[in-house]
Design a protein around this ligand. Structure first.
Ligand code: ACO
Length: 338
């Protein structure tokens, strides 16, 4: 994909939501054969948030979307479309986005879900940018919302320690003078790697039966080593492509916001690209891998802490199940997303 055509587009506001309950590595090590030391050394994760029983992805998504819409001072009836990206949606259908749109009062909005693994937020941003850029909608709300704790096999130490719950949302709208703009995307997919990271059962390919439940096939399964290999390669490749397409250089990047899967992946990729550590945004020490919520959670923290300034070049990067990947290059606005 090349740099955007049509009218310029930006993110006008961000919103986030996290469950209150923090689960530390030490707490996990009481029920799993693991240690704080192993988890920190191999992943960089120290704790994660876990939603209370009965809380679904839309519940967190509603809170994040409402905050983004309030911060944008956007009347909810002016929202044209709500897109939700998730690997742990409320149900196979109806779309999680429909409930979010309903609950935030987006009475005139279309709503749909997007499945692109942990790249989902960057994909949603690309679709929203295309819609707004082409003039189909004025305001699109995108939401990355996850309750991954509901699809984790809490007996499997190789996956249970990695993920956390949370949600992040953004309002995508036409760019205004000094309001920043989205410069371009690089999106990709390699379906040969599908089996490396999936929830095998519960869809049409392996419908739910007693056997699938007994065999624990409704939980997230991952070949961590292969996904690791893929991630360290693709981040550099995709970042290089989007920079080339937009005519920018790696040393111009002020903030790199990668999907928060593993600190070693992030450090390896940033090192390979030559992005200094102080320009890399991370939060996985506190939240673990929040999949589609990780990029907006990081971006919102960076914005709130005053780390971003007018004209800053920001590189967002998602990668995950599919296998999929997505990079977005954007210029930060004067006020930045609120
Ligand atoms: N505690 C203690 N030991 C563990 C744990 C644990 N929590 N988990 C695994 N181990 C053991 C393994 O059993 C293995 O033991 P063995 O040597 O006796 O067989 C040993 O640790 C090493 O296991 P590896 O899998 O080789 O460990 P590795 O260093 O590769 O780290 C990890 C595993 C953290 C999963 C890493 O491979 C990784 O981060 N991969 C990428 C995952 C990722 O990015 N996923 C998200 C993608 S986004 C999405 O779309 C969802």
């Amino acid at each position: 994909m090349v740099g955007l055509e049509g009218r310029a587009v930006t993110i006008t506001a961000l919103g986030t939501a996290l469950p209150d309950r923090e689960v530390t590595n030490d707490e996990l090590s009481r029920s799993l054969d693991t240690t704080d030391e192993w988890i920190r050394q191999r992943t960089g994760i120290g704790a994660r948030r876990v939603a209370a029983p009965g809380v679904s992805a839309s519940d967190l998504g509603i809170l994040a979307a409402r905050q983004a819409v309030d911060r944008a001072r956007l009347p909810p009836e002016d929202i044209g479309l709500v897109i939700t990206a998730s690997i742990s949606p409320d149900q196979l259908f109806p779309p999680t986005a429909s409930r979010i749109a309903y609950e935030i009062g987006a009475v005139r909005a279309g709503a749909c879900d997007l499945s692109a693994g942990c790249s989902g937020f960057v994909y949603a941003l690309a679709l929203a940018s295309g819609m707004v850029g082409a003039g189909i909608h004025e305001h699109v709300v995108i939401v990355g919302a996850e309750v991954i704790s509901s699809i984790l096999d809490w007996r499997d130490r190789s996956t249970a320690v990695l993920f956390g719950d949370g949600a992040g949302a953004a309002v995508v709208a036409p760019a205004t003078e000094g309001g920043g703009r989205i410069l371009g995307f690089d999106l990709g997919s390699d379906g040969a790697g599908g089996p490396l990271l999936s929830v095998p059962a519960g869809g049409s390919r392996m419908p739910a039966t007693h056997d699938t439940v007994d065999a624990r096939q409704h939980y997230l399964k991952m070949n961590g080593r292969e996904v690791y290999r893929f991630a360290t390669r693709i981040i550099g490749d995709s970042a290089t492509r989007v920079l080339e397409q937009c005519g920018r250089r790696i040393d111009e990047i002020d903030l790199f916001v990668p999907h928060q899967a593993n600190m070693r992946i992030i450090e390896h990729a940033a090192g390979r690209l030559g992005i200094p550590r102080e320009r890399v945004c991370t939060n996985l020490e506190r939240y673990g891998n929040t999949s589609c919520a990780s990029v907006p959670l990081c971006l919102d923290e960076a914005s709130a802490s005053g780390r971003l300034h007018e004209g800053d070049l920001v590189l967002l990067m998602g990668f995950g199940a599919g296998l999929t990947w997505g990079a977005c290059l954007m210029e930060w606005g004067a006020a930045g997303p609120l």
